[in-house]
Design a protein around this ligand. Sequence first.
Ligand SMILES: *[C@@H]1O[C@H](CO)[C@@H](O)[C@H](O)[C@H]1NC(C)=O
Ligand SMILES: *[C@@H]1O[C@H](CO)[C@@H](O)[C@H](O)[C@H]1NC(C)=O
Ligand SMILES: *[C@@H]1O[C@H](CO)[C@@H](O)[C@H](O)[C@H]1NC(C)=O
Ligand SMILES: *[C@@H]1O[C@H](CO)[C@@H](O)[C@H](O)[C@H]1NC(C)=O
Ligand SMILES: *[C@@H]1O[C@H](CO)[C@@H](O)[C@H](O)[C@H]1NC(C)=O
Ligand SMILES: *[C@@H]1O[C@H](CO)[C@@H](O)[C@H](O)[C@H]1NC(C)=O
Length: 490
Amino acid sequence: MATLFFSLIFTAAAAPHDWHHGPPGYHHEANAYKHVVAISVDGMHSSDVTKWVALSPNSNISKLLQTGYEYTDAWTSAPSDSFPGSLAQFTGATPKTTGVWYDDTWDRTFYDPGSNCTGPAGAEVVYDETKDYDPTQLFSGGIAPANLPQALVNGKCQEIYPHQRLRVNTIFEVVHSKGLQTAYADKHPAYDLVRGPSGTGLTVGYFPEIAAVANTVAATIAYDQLHVDAWLDWIKAATPVNTTVFDGPLTTTPALFGGNFQALSVAQKTVGYNNDSQSSFSPAIVRAMSFVDASIGAVVNELAATGLLEDTLIVVASKHGQAPIDRHLYGTVDPQLITNLTGVPVAFQTSDDIALIFLENAADMATAAANLRAHAAEGKIRSVIWGANLTASGFGDPATDPAVPNIIVQPELGIIYTNSHAKVAEHGGLSSDDRQVACFVSNPRLRKQVFDDRVATTQVGPTVLHALGIQSSLLQGAVKEGTQVLPGFW
Ligand SMILES: *[C@@H]1O[C@H](CO)[C@@H](O)[C@H](O)[C@H]1NC(C)=O
Ligand SMILES: *[C@@H]1O[C@H](CO)[C@@H](O)[C@H](O)[C@H]1NC(C)=O
Ligand SMILES: *[C@@H]1O[C@H](CO)[C@@H](O)[C@H](O)[C@H]1NC(C)=O
Ligand SMILES: *[C@@H]1O[C@H](CO)[C@@H](O)[C@H](O)[C@H]1NC(C)=O
Ligand SMILES: *[C@@H]1O[C@H](CO)[C@@H](O)[C@H](O)[C@H]1NC(C)=O
Ligand SMILES: *[C@@H]1O[C@H](CO)[C@@H](O)[C@H](O)[C@H]1NC(C)=O
């Protein structure tokens, strides 16, 4: 009889000591902000910030950096798909702790939608537009329960919403639990995820379905504008039409709100960077960046107009980058080839600019890994991570955790495991192009600082709580992984 792993892991250890409070004598209340806005420019690398500032020194982003802290070597989670990349920031933790590896992956204890948990355990767990009532509509009423995967919870079969998949709490849950309001916008209703395991994280959510719009930069800019309009409404304490109201409507500007931009990611995937030695911005990337910059400017202007700018910490940290930046490196490999190269039965494979392989029989791991390594050139494989290396690299243990793949295949930089030729870049993998992302915070009261030391976007979570004057030890995943606030916040 299976019990869900996430219900077990909930006994998170208490903080060993109050590391989150900083050095003795530090009074975080004195620094506390009343609001944090957390924005992900999906796909934006740290190098893109540098390129944009050089191209547009008077831009809104350039101005934010004049009174902000920039982290030039910030790494998002591994893997770096949107789900784990978001949760890195919102839980302070990585997939081994959150249990969320990808938006489309496998769990050895799950069952297919509508199966009533009959048949052998083990099912695809996909949380994207396919969970909607109607993925062709921007707003079709959210997630249809019948589309959800199922699992046994305390012996009872139930549908598992994205937020229930998560094993540790989110900053939205922590902030909302303090009686403060929270709001978040993202690309699918499946971003219900950020509500956290309790389901109580959001006052309101705004989740127009990205799959309902064309995969072009122009259409995605129009889509992103919906998110921007929602943020501008939220600043005015208004609740826009087609909001998902969880515990609302808003009665005040949320203490924590945010969301993402997709336009740059679509420009990177469909057009890419220029074919020159600097991988300079193509017109499509400039167009997306100009839109993002003006939109962030609009948020700043609205905060100023409502008198909230001084009390608001603006956090721009991307969920993920995009690989390759250098278009010469782009190439594709049929994902079925990788499956075949294992030479053993594969239960499921997540294929992107990474392959996560779940075997039918764990006993085949060594054979499969050896076969993959022997055919590395054919599969354009850079590394095969499994066994002791998987665990030692911080990915967890597939023997004890049903969400951990048996084998992770990292392709050579620029290789995508796909049969589509519609994209020239992808994200989700382990490479520096996937993971070295934009990360900066800004407020008119901050003095410009540039931190070149390596940081992780998991540090955003504790930093957000700290900025709001809330104990970051309340963030379970950050405590489990010992995640510190970002430099500058000590
Ligand atoms: C699952 O249960 C529902 C409701 O009891 C039933 O209508 C459906 O036929 C069942 N499906 C399977 C695959 O057993
Ligand atoms: C709200 O959603 C409905 C579909 O349910 C749609 O017809 C309408 O245009 C949407 N309104 C706005 C302002 O997004
Ligand atoms: C990039 O430009 C070089 C010539 O400088 C050309 O040989 C190559 O095919 C181009 N590659 C792409 C992907 O456009
Ligand atoms: C900054 O944002 C504002 C508001 O959207 C916009 O009007 C302005 O053009 C932007 N500044 C630059 C330099 O792009
Ligand atoms: C994978 O193996 C199957 C079965 O042998 C074969 O039909 C298929 O062509 C192979 N695909 C690739 C991409 O190697
Ligand atoms: C772990 O990685 C090291 C270095 O890449 C390699 O030499 C070793 O064989 C790997 N061990 C396993 C169990 O894969």
